[in-house]
Design a protein around this ligand. Structure first.
Ligand code: GTP
Length: 236
């Protein structure tokens, strides 16, 4: 391990951050605070999608894994929405890739504005996005998903061509994290994706949610579920 900051080769990291337009730390170059700032900026860069500034797929999967774990322990409701811009290929084909990128950016910003600060919006890839909503009651899921859908449908996106303004629609699929069972982010995503597929085949510009029955667990049962079993404590 290098004994001083001068021995570290940071040029590539600095170049990368500058290219990405990231803020460089203001602290004295070479100081611990400065190095920490570089590390933080690199972490931020690796967890964000370059086009929209939203979380990228990798960081979204990490957020989902934490949530799967939390729901398994607490039994709280958490909703995953997967969504995709409808007929996006025709936007690219008609207006070009540059306008397509503008549409992706506008949709990403609208999604962020339609949910709470505690929710996570991510660009999963291409024109597909994911939204993780912790602590979202089943009875409220359709209202949230419809609010997101309507917010995007109301967008008027300037194309810069012939004063055209574009509007797009999205299809959404949603599924809840399984309560009291340890599952995986991938399985959760697959369930939401199946609903998204249903929304597409049912005609697009709509929400399809997996039927969810909340499991009501009494305080006593909860205590029994969370109690450390004798064999668990022996393994610790
Ligand atoms: N501009 C732009 N286009 C992208 C990007 N990523 C993927 N695409 C395009 O998104 C389009 C997706 O097309 P399809 O998968 O056929 O989906 P669609 O046209 O939206 O049709 P449905 O989803 O069935 O409604 C393809 O033409 C991709 O090239 C990107 O970052 N920027």
């Amino acid at each position: 391990m290098p004994s001083s900051a001068e021995q570290l080769h940071l040029e590539r990291a600095l170049h990368l951050l500058q290219q990405a337009g990231a803020m460089l730390p203001e602290a004295e170059p070479g100081s611990v605070a400065w190095l920490q700032g570089i590390v933080d900026a690199l972490c931020d860069l690796s967890s964000r999608d370059a086009l929209t500034g939203l979380s990228n797929r990798r960081s979204f999967e990490m957020v989902m894994a934490r949530e799967v774990d939390r729901v398994a322990r607490t039994g709280e409701s958490a909703l995953l929405l997967m969504l995709d811009i409808d007929h996006f290929k025709s936007v690219n084909d008609t207006y070009g890739h540059g306008v397509g990128d503008l549409v992706i950016q506008a949709v990403g910003a609208a999604l962020n504005q339609a949910v709470r600060p505690m929710d996570t919006v991510a660009r999963i890839g291409g024109e597909e996005f994911g939204i993780m909503l912790p602590n979202c009651q089943a009875g409220f899921a359709l209202t949230v998903a419809e609010r997101v859908r309507e917010r995007v449908a109301r967008l008027r996106i300037p194309t810069g061509q012939f004063q055209d303004e574009l509007s797009v629609t999205i299809s959404l699929g949603g599924a809840f994290a399984p309560q009291w069972v340890r599952s995986s982010p991938l399985l959760w995503m697959e369930r939401a994706d199946r609903q998204l597929y249903r929304a597409k085949t049912d005609g697009r510009n709509r929400v399809c949610l997996e039927v969810h029955h909340e499991t009501l667990v009494s305080a006593e049962e909860k205590g029994m579920l969370l109690a450390v079993l004798p064999q668990d404590s022996e393994q610790v």
